[in-house]
Design a protein around this ligand. Structure first.
Ligand code: DAH
Length: 366
C-alpha cells in the first residue's frame, strides 16, 4: 500500500482548508482504485478508518489540535464530510473500484444482441445495376453538380433561351438570380445531361462514360411523378461512332437488365442535343409483348431517350476542348429514368414509396 503524502495544515484560510481536504480525498481515491479484492478493501478500511490508528483519526486529531479556535468549525465541517465520503465509498466497495468482476455480472450464455444488417435501397440497387452493365462494357463513371447553371443545363445542350423545348422540363430555379446574365443563373438540374458537357470540357475524346444522379423538376407528386428522381446518362464519343453502335449498346444493356428475351425498338423522337433522336421501347416485361394493362395493350414499354450527339453540342464544347471537331468525331448519348425501372423490377406501384423512408417498405428489400 503506497504511503499517501498527507500534507500538513499550516494555513487556515478557507481556500487552504479546501485544498487540504481535497488532497486527502484524492489520496484515498487513488488507493481505492487499487483495491480490487475484498481483502484489499478490508485493508484499506483499517488503514483509513481503523479506530486506533486509522489515518482519518490521526488527521482529525492533529489538525484540530493545532488549529486556532475560529478555524475549528470550518475544519470540523470539512473533516466530517470527508469522513462520510470515505466511509460511504468503503461500504459500497472501495470508491471507484468495481465491486464485482465482469465475469460475475455478464451472463455469457444469453443470446447476443444482433446488429441489424443494412440493405441497399431498391433505387440505389437499380442504379448500381445499370451503371455496372455499362462499366462491364468499358464505360467510366462520372458525377456532376445538382445545382447547375442555365448554361450547362440548357444552353450548351442546344436549348436556346426561350426555346419551347425548355418547357418540357419544368424547372426549379434558385431565387434571386435575376441580376446575373441568363447563362450564369442557378437552377436545380432537370436532367443529368449537363454532365455530358462538363465531362467533354475536361476530357478529350475518345470518351465512354455513364453518369448516375439525382434530378429535380417542378412536377406535382403522384403515383408516377416525384419532384426528385434519378437518371443515368450515357455518352460515347470517338471516331466513326454510328447509330448502329448506339442500337447495339442499348439493346445489350436492356437484355442484361431485363433478360435476354427482351426486344428493343427505336422510335423517332426529339431532343435538342441529339440528331437524330430516338425513344427506346422494350417489349413488355410483364406480358412478353402480347399486350396487357401495364403496357396499355401495346406490347411495348418506353424506357429511355437517346440519339447521336448534335454537332451544335460539340460546337459549345470546342470553345474549351478543340478536339471535339464534328468533322472528325461523332458520338451517341442516352438518358434513362431509374425510378421507373426500379418500380418495374420490384413491382412498386407508387414512386412516393421510394422516397418515404418507411422502414416497413424498405425492410422487404433487405
Ligand atoms: N435528358 C433527357 C431528359 O431528361 C433524356 C435524354 C434523352 C438524355 C436523349 C440523353 C439523350 O442523353 O441522348 O428528358
Amino acid at each position: 500500500m503506497p504511503n499517501p503524502e498527507i500534507p500538513k495544515l499550516e494555513e487556515y484560510s478557507l481556500k487552504a482548508l479546501d485544498h487540504f481536504f481535497q488532497t486527502i480525498q484524492a489520496c484515498f481515491s487513488q488507493e481505492a482504485t487499487q483495491a480490487h479484492t475484498p481483502e484489499a478493501i478490508e485493508e484499506l478500511r483499517i488503514r483509513w478508518v481503523g479506530r486506533k490508528q486509522g489515518l482519518l483519526k490521526t488527521i482529525g486529531e492533529s489538525c484540530l489540535k493545532t488549529a486556532p479556535a475560529d478555524a475549528k468549525k470550518a475544519i470540523g465541517q470539512r473533516f466530517n464530510a470527508l469522513k462520510e465520503q470515505i466511509e460511504q465509498a468503503l461500504e459500497t466497495g472501495s470508491g471507484s473500484a468495481p465491486t464485482a468482476s465482469p465475469a460475475d455480472s455478464i451472463d455469457i450464455t444469453l443470446p447476443g444482441t444482433r446488429p441489424g444488417t443494412g440493405a441497399e435501397h431498391p433505387l440505389i440497387r437499380t442504379l448500381h445495376e445499370v451503371v455496372g452493365i455499362f462499366e462491364r462494357m468499358g464505360y467510366s463513371v462520372g458525377v456532376g453538380p445538382e445545382v447547375e447553371t442555365d448554361y450547362y443545363n440548357f444552353e450548351s445542350l442546344n436549348f436556346p433561351p426561350n426555346h419551347p423545348a425548355r418547357d418540357t422540363q419544368d424547372t426549379l430555379v434558385v431565387a434571386g438570380q435575376q441580376g446575373k446574365p441568363l447563362r450564369e443563373r442557378l437552377l436545380m438540374r432537370t436532367h443529368t445531361s449537363p454532365v455530358q458537357i462538363r465531362t467533354m470540357e475536361q476530357q478529350p475524346p475518345p470518351l465512354r462514360i455513364v453518369i448516375p444522379g439525382k434530378v429535380h423538376r417542378n412536377d406535382a407528386a403522384d403515383a408516377t411523378h416525384s419532384p426528385i428522381f434519378h437518371q443515368v446518362e450515357g455518352l460515347c464519343v470517338d471516331t466513326n461512332i454510328t447509330f448502329s453502335d448506339l442500337k447495339g449498346t442499348l439493346d445489350h444493356a436492356m437484355k442484361e437488365l431485363f433478360g435476354s428475351s427482351v426486344k428493343t425498338r427505336f422510335f423517332p423522337s426529339f431532343f435538342p442535343f441529339t440528331e437524330p433522336s430516338a425513344d427506346v421501347q422494350i417489349s413488355c416485361i410483364f406480358c412478353g409483348g402480347k399486350g396487357c394493362r401495364k403496357c396499355k395493350h401495346s406490347g411495348w414499354i418506353e424506357l429511355l431517350g437517346c440519339g447521336m450527339v448534335d454537332p451544335a453540342v460539340f460546337g459549345f464544347v470546342r470553345e474549351r476542348q478543340p478536339a471535339y471537331d464534328p468533322k472528325k468525331i461523332s458520338g451517341f448519348a442516352f438518358g434513362m429514368g431509374i425510378d421507373r425501372i426500379a418500380m418495374m423490377r420490384y413491382g412498386i406501384g407508387d414512386i412516393g414509396l421510394l422516397y418515404s423512408g418507411d422502414v416497413r417498405f424498405l425492410e422487404q428489400f433487405a
